[in-house]
Each structure stands twice: as C-alpha cells, then as structure tokens.
Design a protein. Structure first.
Length: 272
C-alpha cells in the first residue's frame, strides 16, 4: 500500500517544502514511506525552488503509480478543514480516476476529527505569550474564510476550546476569517477585529489556523499585510501584533498523522 500526505496545493515553494518535511517526519515515526502529494497547483512551482525535484500533484502522480502496478493507496489529509468539507471533493476526484483505472483507496482520519488542533494552537499561543513576556494578551484565532459553513463552525469551536485550555493565561479571544465577507458565517473579518476596542491597541497575539506558509500565512502573507496595515493606523495607543508559529510543523500534528496512518493500515490488513 502506498501512503501519501496530501494538501490542497500552493504556488508557494515553502508550502510544498513543508509538506515534504511533515511527510518525512510521519515516515520516520511509523517506519512507513510517505510521499508528499498536492491535490493541485504545486506542479507549477519551479523545480529549482524545490531542490530540483518537481512537486507531485494528485492526478499525474496517481497515474504514474498505477502505471507501475500499484493498486492500493492511503491518503493522509493535510487540511485544517473537517473531513466533510474537503473529503467529498477529493473523493470525487479519486473516484473519477477510479473509473478510468481501477484501484482502492482510503482517506485517513482528518486532523479536525482527531481533536488535535485546539491543543496545538493553544500551545503555539502559550509559547508566543511566554517568548514575548506578555501578560494576559488578547488573542485572535484566524482562518482563511470561504463558502463552507463547516469550516467556520470548526473555527468557532476551536476558539472556544482554546479559551478553555488557556483560561486566565490570555485575555479576550476572538475568532475571525481573513476574507469572505460575502458569507455571513465568516464574520467578523480579521481586519474588523483589529479595529474593535479590545483588539485595536497594545499587544495582540494572532494565531493563524493555517498548517503551512504560503500566500496567506507566513512572513510575507496576506495576514501579515492586514496586521501591518492595522498597526500603521495613527492612534494614541499603538497596536503590536505577535504571530504564533503555524501549526503544521507541531509535533502533535506529526503524531496525529502517524496514528491515522497506522489505523488505516490496520483496517486495510484486517479487511484483506
């Protein structure tokens, strides 16, 4: 059985390099080779930006595996979204390929379904608070924002769990989306929260609900641009935004992915 860690894909080299690093960490933990595969987009990254090893994307990668005679696959979803939000679309793509070339596949348990996200984000926040010597700072948990109500519900649920985990270690906590104001479930937007009374001045910790750096998250991403614009407002009380590390490289994420892989392999062997 071939195991692959699969993300949505990105044009940013750092995102695919991160996917490869996590796949390597999961393989090291399980003793099972794990390949890094993007659903789409990443094959447009110049190979020179990826140590001259082009990024694999699902369609061409799977066709190549089938040509080699492989017929059994397990995919580890490297997504923040709950399984239902992305799994159905990914499953449709896999089933379309199945109609052309018969093969068997499993989608392993999602990170959201494993309950690992809130502890990871809480740990990232705690680390940032301690490193910057802040005293009960306000916190904003921010996701991308999109048409899926399930993703927004997950964001809100995680915010509540994080508040419970951190308690008096932090001040007020808000959940926001980077964009998508046309969908009411994405509100409030990140920029709007940074203009709200409890979050528009002093030190504010920003916890991006993103697994990997890319166009939106990371040192030069959209989130930083939004925060910088808020900091540049001329007010009597300056605003200072402190970003946590992204969550995809956390050891608990690697552990959860490894557990999901081992469970999938166990079920596959039991069904054989």
């Amino acid at each position: 059985m071939i195991a692959a860690l699969i993300d949505n894909g990105s044009l940013e080299p750092a995102a695919h390099r991160n996917l490869r690093a996590v796949a390597t960490a999961v393989a090291r933990r399980t003793g099972v080779p794990v390949q890094a595969v993007s659903w789409k987009h990443s094959d447009r990254i110049p190979a020179a930006s990826l140590s001259h090893e082009p990024a694999a994307v699902l369609d061409s990668w799977l066709r190549a595996q089938l040509a080699r005679g492989e017929r059994d696959f397990v995919f580890l979803p490297f997504f923040v979204s709950p399984q239902g939000a992305i799994g159905s679309r990914l499953q449709r793509d896999l089933e379309r390929l199945q109609r052309e070339h018969p093969f068997r596949f499993q989608l392993a348990a999602s990170l959201a379904d494993q309950g690992v996200l809130a502890p990871v984000i809480a740990d990232r926040i705690r680390t940032t608070v301690r490193a910057t010597h802040l005293e009960r700072p306000p916190v904003i948990v921010v996701d991308h924002g999109g048409p899926s109500r399930a993703s927004a519900a997950l964001r809100n649920a995680l915010a509540g769990q994080i508040q419970d985990l951190l308690g008096a270690e932090i001040g007020p906590l808000a959940a926001a989306s980077m964009e998508g104001a046309e969908h009411p479930h994405n509100r409030p937007l990140f920029a709007d929260v940074l203009a709200a009374p409890e979050f528009d001045h002093g030190d504010v910790v920003i916890a991006p609900l993103f697994l990997a750096p890319g166009r939106h998250a990371g040192p030069r991403g959209d989130l930083v641009e939004i925060a910088t614009a808020a900091e540049d407002r001329l007010t009597a009380a300056p605003l200072r935004c402190h970003f946590t590390e992204l969550i995809g490289s956390h050891s608990l994420i690697t552990e959860a992915l490894a557990d999901a892989l081992q469970q999938s392999l166990f079920h596959a062997s039991a069904a054989a």
